[in-house]
Write a protein that binds this ligand. Structure first.
Ligand SMILES: O=C(CO)[C@@H](O)[C@H](O)COP(=O)(O)O
Ligand SMILES: [Fe+2]
Length: 219
């Protein structure tokens, strides 16, 4: 996969009345992925959008569809998200009793497999699956809402994760999600991030394409 910083605008912060135009903006931009946050009101205290919205977005999207499941029992929906158009399917470690099985299921359906960690979850929990996964999504806010502030303890955690990945010669990309701005992007990349998810920073900007370019070039 691309080793330059990948920017993944989070559609959660888009104007839902203009969703087609927002996806076209991402298509024109230097973003590599389009991040789609699915919330069930159980695993997280919020409900966002689901399979019908992703199916519609996929018809227009030219970027990698990066689906972040903040739901309980993700194994019950993996096939439906594949059909909807997910290229990468990320499940939360905290929501999976059988994480290894869930990763194998995602890969057997032909998607890249991601595992997300809440801010309090140590990276060591991934030790026995790190060689099997394509993406580790490190939550840098508590999941459930856009527009929160970046949790600074994420930076040492990213360095620990980078070391774990190297130790196991894993190809997993490190994706960081929540509270990313043009001002803090460089230190997050320096700590090990390969992929920066950004919702409000992109979609609230007067020139979102310029912000995506700035995030991509942050060093
Ligand atoms: O998964 C989540 C929130 O749970 C994120 O993907 C947010 O959508 C990021 O939004 P910002 O913090 O960048 O506004
Ligand atoms: Fe997300």
């Amino acid at each position: 996969m691309d080793k330059n910083t990948i920017v993944a605008p989070s559609l959660l912060a888009a104007n839902f009345l203009e969703i087609g135009k927002e996806v076209e903006m991402v298509n024109r931009s230097e973003a590599g992925w389009l991040h789609l946050d699915v919330m069930d009101g159980q695993f997280v205290p919020n409900i966002s959008f689901g399979i019908p919205v992703i199916t519609a977005v996929k018809k227009l999207a030219k970027k990698v569809c990066d689906v972040h499941l903040m739901i309980e029992h993700p194994e019950q929906y993996a096939e439906a998200f594949k059909k909807a158009g997910a290229d990468i399917l990320t499940v939360h470690a905290e929501a999976c009793v059988h994480l290894h099985r869930n990763i194998q299921q995602i890969k057997s359906l032909g998607m890249k497999a991601g595992v997300a960690l809440n801010p309090h979850t140590p990276v060591q929990i991934l030790e026995n699956v790190i060689s099997d996964i394509d993406v580790v999504l490190v939550m840098s806010v508590n999941p459930g809402f856009g527009g929160q502030s970046f949790i600074p303890q994420t930076l040492p955690k990213l360095r620990q994760l980078k070391a774990l990945i190297q130790q196991h010669q894993s190809q997993a990309l490190i994706e960081v999600d929540g509270g990313i701005t043009v001002a803090n992007a460089a230190e997050i990349v320096a700590a090990g991030a390969d992929v920066l998810v950004a919702g409000n920073t992109v979609f609230s900007a007067p020139d979102p394409e310029a912000v995506i370019r700035q995030l991509r070039n942050a060093k």
